[in-house]
Design a protein around this ligand. Sequence first.
Ligand SMILES: NC(=O)c1ccc[n+]([C@@H]2O[C@H](COP(=O)([O-])OP(=O)(O)OC[C@H]3O[C@@H](n4cnc5c(N)ncnc54)[C@H](O)[C@@H]3O)[C@@H](O)[C@H]2O)c1
Length: 342
Amino acid sequence: MTSAPVRIGFLGAGLIATYHSKSLKGSGAPVVRAGVYDPDTARAEAFAAASGHHVVHSEDEVIEHCDAVYICTWTSEHPRLLAKAVAAGRHVFCEKPLAFTAAEAEAMAAHADAENVTHQVGLVLRYAPSYIWAHHLIHQPAAGRVMSVVFRDDQFIPIQGHYSSTWRADREKVGAGTLIEHSIHDVDMLRYLVGEVESVSAHTANFHGHDGIEDVATAVLRFANGAVGTLNSIWHDNLARPSLRRVEVFCERRHIVIEGDDWFGPVSWTDSDGTHGSLEGAAIEEAVAPMREGSNNPDGEFVRAIIERRGASPDLHTAVLAHRIVDAMYASAAAGGEAVQP
Ligand SMILES: NC(=O)c1ccc[n+]([C@@H]2O[C@H](COP(=O)([O-])OP(=O)(O)OC[C@H]3O[C@@H](n4cnc5c(N)ncnc54)[C@H](O)[C@@H]3O)[C@@H](O)[C@H]2O)c1
């Protein structure tokens, strides 16, 4: 096992690249800041100045001089860049969505496996204490069987404000709208909280009129364990609502609500005997700490997996399963809402 620091390169130097760079620093993981490339040179320079990476002039230069590469570009570039990076034997952290379709995502996962590299996807809610605690509450025997879920996710359309970009209105770069770009997180959490999805029936709407970019998606999900639930995903123009989720889970003998902050809750619950509770902030992190396999930092865990020469979590295969459900929802919406199996 090597304990040499891992040389990290970045492809894309925008919002989420900055988030990962700060998170790597916060994790204390042993890394060397290698190259960053972004065709928007000003962005690359600002990122480099803030992070300690250095600007290089091509994708290939980043890949050549690192051990692991973060793919933080808009979605249309993910499959091509991942193919290049893994062909060169580099470990990859690829942002979600992996691609426009589940078939492409599957090919990406297969390629990364074939090259035997460590791979991770930016489905970060897998690390959120609020969702880990809700999962624990749902699966305690006292709750009984999970019966239903109401998952609502809304935000102002992210082509303004702190996003500082407009590519999410361009179907050539983003693929489609709120369902794949934002709510692939929610689909992943629906699988994590409730279980495997057997069939979906969905409708979409487009109020803003950007070609191919739905700004409302509503789906009914039938789960293999018998539960039935809904997902509502909305991109509106209410700038006072940056990104907000509210998840209600109904078990036979327990009701659970995740709201407030995506990470720190509160998560509240009420049982049939009238017992109730609520956890948030530091208390919820403390409660889930023994349930975690590693630390609470996805970037630190990615580096640790590389050093320990093993798989990371969540990996590209986790994303593929969410992609299949998203694809089924789009197919259902295109067919007027008929039930489709992922
Ligand atoms: N996991 C999350 O919660 C989360 C949050 C936000 C964004 N994302 C995802 O991260 C990705 C980037 O989103 P963002 O908000 O950071 O966008 P952004 O616009 O802030 O940054 C993207 C950058 O990629 C650059 N780029 C485009 N093609 C490139 C290439 N071939 N090589 C190098 N750089 C290239 C662009 O010039 C741009 O600066 C998207 O896939 C998005 O869905 C994930």
